[in-house]
Structures are given as structure tokens and as C-alpha cells.
Design a protein around this ligand. Structure first.
Ligand code: DX5
Ligand code: ZN
Length: 219
């Protein structure tokens, strides 16, 4: 089953509730929320207060992508705000720290799914030691920081290699459209985050369906 996660970064923030209702009605599976701190990435977006407000207007699972330094310091605020899935970047913490975070979340029994993400230039070997501690992996297919960038095809072998050794969810984020969706699904990904392709579409329902079914289409 392919899941589609619209990235709110490409939504109109002046009417976020409307935008969320639109993608929810169009049949998306999750909401992808990009959190940036201006340090790990050269952009600043939203914090826990906004996630809390989003939580009030939708029942969709909130998939919060933390592109921030010292993610452990903020995980609790994002969980309290109503996140269901939290992703941290391997470039921001050691394997040891990630394992400690995973253990802490498990002990808290709040049923939060923890994901690990890696940038296009970061080799798969960096996340191998933590694969047992996470519920999913988020493969970045653009350099994080901005929506609307072009998909980097060099990440496809990474997805294929990971799929061979990792049975849980593999998400891909960055430059996803109908044609790149097909490539990443065929490589083994099953959660697709997409911002500009979905929010920029005339027919959002169709855009979501095109991503979801991209793996079934002939070349
Ligand atoms: C990039 C973000 C992505 C981004 C995707 O730093 O993590 O989630 O919003 O946007 P598109 O689909 O437009 O590349
Ligand atoms: Zn993201």
C-alpha cells in the first residue's frame, strides 16, 4: 500500500485550515510537516504551536519532519502538540543519541513512530546502526530546506539497497511528481511526501491518485 503525504510547506499558510481540508478530502494518507530551524537548513518554518493548531483541524496522522539541530530538545514539544510520526536527521545526532531517543519514546508509550532521515549526500551506511531502533526511514531526494526543487536520481540505488535489508516503511521526500513517484515506488518506497506537485495541482485529488498509482503504470 502506497501512502501519500502532502507537504504543507507548499500550502498557502494564510489559509492553512482550508488547505488541509482540501488535501484530506482529496484522499491523502498523512500530512507531512516540515520543521526548519535556520541552522541545519538555510530556512525557517514552523514550530510546535502551529502543529498544535493543525492537530485541531484534522484527524490525519501528522508526520513531522524535523530539520533542526539538537532534535531531542524539541521532540517532546512536537509530541505534546499532537504529532504521530517524528523524523530526525542522522546528520544532527549520533547513533547512540538516536538509540537513546528511541528508547525514551518507547518507555513513554505514547505510540509515536520514530523515523530517521538522511540527506542525498549521506551514505546509507550512516543509518545502518540505527535501523533496528526506528519505525521508518525517510530518504531525502533533494537537499532539505526548500520545496519545489528537482528530484536527485542518484538516491534511487540507496532506496533499492535499503529495501533489501529493511522491511518497514521507506518514505521519500523531495521533487516527487508522477514520474519520480514511479521510480521511487519501483525502487521500494511506500510513503511519498510531495509538496509543490500536490498543492500546485489544478486537481489535487488526481495528483494524489497519480502518485499513489504511479508504480502500476507502464513505461
Ligand atoms: C524539503 C522538505 C520537503 C519539501 C518537498 O526540505 O523536507 O518536504 O517540502 O517539497 P517538493 O515536493 O515541492 O519537493
Ligand atoms: Zn520534508
Amino acid at each position: 500500500m502506497i501512502k501519500v503525504a502532502p507537504s504543507l510547506l507548499s500550502a498557502d499558510f494564510s489559509c492553512l485550515e482550508k488547505e488541509i481540508i482540501k488535501v484530506e478530502a482529496a484522499g491523502c494518507d498523512l500530512l507531512h510537516i516540515d520543521v526548519m530551524d535556520g541552522h541545519f537548513v538555510p530556512n525557517i518554518t514552523i514550530g510546535p504551536a502551529v502543529v498544535k493548531s493543525i492537530r485541531r483541524v484534522t484527524r490525519l496522522p501528522l508526520d513531522v519532519h524535523l530539520m533542526i539541530e539538537n532534535p531531542e530538545d524539541f521532540v517532546d514539544s512536537f509530541i505534546d502538540a499532537g504529532s504521530d510520526m517524528i523524523t530526525v536527521h542522522i546528520e544532527t545526532l549520533s547513533a547512540l543519541r538516536l538509540k537513546a531517543l528511541a528508547l525514551r519514546l518507547k518507555l513513554d508509550t505514547k505510540d509515536i513512530k520514530l523515523g530517521i532521515s538522511l540527506n542525498p549526500a549521506t551514505p546509507l551506511s550512516r543509518i545502518i546502526p540505527v535501523l533496528k531502533s526506528v519505525d521508518f526511514v525517510l530518504i531525502m531526494s533533494v537537499n532539505p530546506g526548500f520545496g519545489g526543487q528537482s528530484f536527485i536520481p542518484a538516491v534511487l540505488p540507496k532506496i533499492k539497497k535499503l529495501r533489501k535489508i529493511f522491511k518497514k516503511d521507506i518514505a521519500v521526500d523531495g521533487g516527487i511528481n508522477e514520474s519520480t513517484a514511479k521510480k521511487v515506488i519501483n525502487a521500494g518506497a511506500n510513503i511519498l511526501a510531495a509538496g509543490s506537485y500536490i498543492f500546485g495541482a489544478r486537481n489535487i485529488k488526481l495528483a494524489i491518485e497519480r502518485i499513489r498509482n504511479a508504480g502500476n503504470s507502464a513505461d
